[in-house]
Design a protein around this ligand. Structure first.
Ligand code: 3H9
Length: 719
């Protein structure tokens, strides 16, 4: 709703009231419409101030209403009435003015923002466009290029950037409401026509057509198949080329086609999933709301390779003092140089001073005596990590949390090497750790709820999307990646090329196909894991067939490339060829194609044409199948956790919701039928055998994804 009050004699104050973000629900729209009408018709009111309760202007249209039939007044007529009114309306923006919230502010004649406020039109991240006039008014206020940037990326800007762009008229560190009231008084009686954005001409680049064409090209490339960013460009083009009323018509038409689209549903599911995962739970019954996090005043990172450096940078950027430890002086100096330059570069990007004083580099473990939490990021080797945990356990305070950044190793074994196993959890960051948003917080059977709550809370402070997951090989993300990667190499044995597989996955929406990613991260990473699992190297029993391991199909192709020194970009060749070691541009490699042919003939394999459909079904459904097993095993609390991990950590296109959402969108019976088909064709690949949870869900009539948790609960209760 909206509260109407009269203050300072002649000012009507309209306060949006809909916690937590004052979203524009039907009741709020009704409240604003009524209050604006009242203010305009009251002869004693000279000006109006619009604000939001609890220090938040407005988070936009109420996304929860999107799934229901629309009730109450429309946003567009409400906004138009504000702009057309004959009394000045001043928006007093605190906290956020996002989406419909900013569109509401753009209809006001003046905008005053608190310096901590954030503004933006993030509709594109929900699969939509700002369709309450945002695509038409913003270009008329700040020009086509700047508006296009904000609308197609959905990025939030600070109040200071908004002032520079011309979105707001004033920024204040005082009481925003008081200033807005003073301001409203000072402008009452002044002509309003120049302040109505709908009457302005947008400022356009001189070569508008080629500018818009170039923008469309760039947006299409970045969109990876998402339709909303393209519609954003079309709507801004309408603003640049058509009168306001016709532009509004175009905006409405574009929104109508997006609003009910599968992509918008997927992206809104992602939005809510990201929030659902914050309400974590453990099988023991410990939850986000009954487990108290401990404050972290000082942390440490042990091992300053690529991951450790990124983690240290993340901690410093969040304002947490860090002790950064390496084993030897020489390595420490190299790491110090690298961390310092990342901190300087990142600070420069944000126009801030680097917080170099917060980090202390050391080779002495005794420096860890005072820290509240340690993140171990040494080499991925169980014996080495156990040694480190034993030492940490004797050096650190008894109540210090000991976290490991392992990407797959058993957290429980590390906990067992310490005196306080309940204080040990996994904090699995993704590279580069100061950039990637995902954090898997891994609890072992002995991890205490306090330790999990503390790691989750720390993740939030670092700006990460943190997901609590159980302990198993590879946790959630990497465990699901294994069958996906296996299928991709099996497809090479059967006749596909890396180019074909990558193209299918990139057209689906991944930023990079599986082989390009493998070249980027280094083929030796997986080689080491497979050696550790006894799948290759000295651990393999003599006489075992090259293509069978532990009774299942195995593909030695990646191992063979590693043995040839083809480790990916760093050696200048892997699945593709690069112009030099460290080169970035992947080219097809005739050598590799010959090698694949020779390999097939050596193993008596008949190449057959592999369709794009088969690539997608084999790679994606095997990954999804593992996701169902993970739910069944209780490693992830719900499908939202898995989907959030994949969208934020593994490049799954958000407009496809995440792997589990995708399974629901394709239809669970279809996924089941395809898996049955492929597992019959390849009985030596057990990962293709449909999981029992998938079968159960199909038997239960394929309920919508938000009901899956109930089915999983029944499965667990029957175990
Ligand atoms: C739009 O405006 C369309 C128009 O252009 C045209 C229409 C014709 N609605 O994120 P938090 C809930 S589209 C409903 O944890 P924070 C959220 O689900 C909209 N609910 O807090 C959560 O609920 P719960 C364009 C919303 O402080 C709770 O609020 N606007 C909405 O970290 C707290 O959220 C956007 O895209 C909403 N609009 O961040 C902005 N927003 O506690 C979307 C939030 O039950 N919102 N909730 O899980 C955000 O980006 C962040 O929520 C915000 C606050 C930055 C505002």
């Amino acid at each position: 709703m909206a509260r109407y009050t009269r203050i300072a004699g002649s000012i009507a104050l309209i306060t949006l009231k809909n916690p937590p973000v004052n979203a524009l629900s039907a009741a709020v729209r009704q409240g604003i419409t009524d209050s604006v009408g009242r203010a305009l018709s009251d002869p004693e009111v000279e000006a109006v101030v619009l604000c939001g309760e609890d220090g938040k202007f407005c988070g936009g249209a109420d996304i929860k209403e999107f799934a229901r039939p629309m009730t109450g007044p429309g946003l567009v007529p409400m906004i138009d009435a504000i702009e057309a009114g004959e009394k000045p309306v001043v928006a007093a923006i605190e906290g956020v003015a996002l989406g419909g919230g900013l569109e509401l502010a753009l209809a006001c004649h003046y905008r005053i923002a608190h310096y901590k406020a954030r503004l933006g039109l993030p509709e594109v991240t929900l699969g939509l466009i700002p369709a309450a006039g945002g695509t038409q008014r913003l270009p008329r206020l700040i020009g086509v290029p700047a508006a296009l940037d904000l609308i197609t990326t959905g990025r939030h800007v600070s109040a200071h950037e908004a002032l520079k762009l011309g979105i707001v008229d004033r920024v204040t560190d005082r009481n925003t409401l008081e200033l807005a009231v003073e301001f409203a008084k000072s402008v009452s009686g002044q002509p309003l026509a120049p302040r109505r954005l709908s009457t302005r001409q947008p400022s356009c680049p001189t070569d508008l057509d080629s500018f818009l064409e170039g923008a469309m090209l760039r947006v299409r490339q970045r969109a990876r198949g998402a339709i909303a960013p393209v519609a954003c460009v079309q709507a801004v083009r309408a603003a640049a080329t058509l009168p306001f009323s016709q532009g509004m018509e175009q905006e409405k038409e574009l929104m109508a086609s997006l609003f009910t689209s599968a992509q918008a549903r997927a992206m809104q599911y992602c939005f809510f999933s990201q929030r659902t995962v914050g309400r974590w739970s453990m099988p023991s019954g410990a939850r986000w709301d009954n487990s108290k996090a401990q404050p972290i005043h000082k942390a440490a990172v042990i091992g300053l390779g690529t991951m450790g450096r990124g983690i240290a940078v993340s901690l410093v950027q969040a304002g947490i003092p860090v002790v950064a430890v390496e084993m030897e002086t020489k390595q420490l100096e190299v790491a110090k140089h690298a961390v310092t330059s990342i901190l300087e570069r990142e600070a420069q990007k944000r126009g801030k001073e680097p917080k170099l004083g917060l980090i202390h580099f050391s080779i002495d473990l005794q420096d860890l005596r005072e820290v509240d939490l340690v993140i171990e990021a040494v080499f991925e080797d169980m014996a080495l990590k156990k040694q480190v945990f034993r030492e940490l356990s004797s050096v650190c305070r008894p109540n210090a949390f000991l976290c490991t950044n392992t990407s797959s190793l058993d957290v429980n074994q590390l906990a067992a090497a310490t005196r306080m196993p309940e204080l040990v959890v996994g904090m699995h960051f993704f590279a580069p750790a100061h950039v990637m948003k995902l954090l898997e917080v891994v609890y072992g059977p002995r991890s205490s709820p306090v330790a999990v709550a503390t790691a989750m809370q720390l993740g939030k402070r670092l700006g990460k999307v943190s997901v609590a997951v159980g302990n198993c090989h590879g946790f959630v993300g990497n465990r699901m990646l294994m069958p996906y990667m296996e299928q991709s190499v099996f497809l090479l044995e059967e006749g596909a090329t890396p180019e074909q597989v990558d193209q299918a996955l990139e057209e689906f929406g991944f930023p990079m196909g599986v082989f390009r990613v493998s070249d980027l991260s280094g083929l030796d990473v997986g080689w080491k894991v497979r050696k550790g699992l006894g799948l290759t190297g000295p651990g393999v029993a003599p006489g075992e067939s090259a293509r069978i391991r532990q009774g299942r199909r195995y593909c030695p192709l990646p191992d063979l490339l590693c043995k040839q020194g083809r480790l990916g970009q760093k050696t200048g060749k892997g699945w593709y060829l690069y112009d030099k070691p460290g080169g970035r541009v992947a080219k097809s490699d005739p050598w590799l194609h010959n090698f694949l042919e020779e390999y097939r003939s050596q193993h008596g394999l008949q190449a057959h044409p592999v369709s794009q459909q088969e690539v997608l079904e084999r790679c994606l459904y095997s990954l999804i199948n593992e996701g169902f097993r993970i739910l069944e095993d209780g490693i992830a609390a719900g499908p939202e956790d898995i989907d959030t991990i994949y969208v934020f950590g593994y490049g799954w296109p958000p407009h496809r919701g995440g792997p589990m959402f995708h399974a629901g969108a394709v239809g669970l019976p279809t996924v089941l039928e395809k898996l049955e088909h492929y597992s019959q064709a390849h009985p030596d690949i057990p990962q293709l055998q449909p999981s029992s949870l998938l079968r159960r869900l199909v038997t239960a009539g394929s309920p919508p994804i938000h009901k899956w948790r109930e089915v999983v609960k029944t499965v667990h209760s029957q175990l």
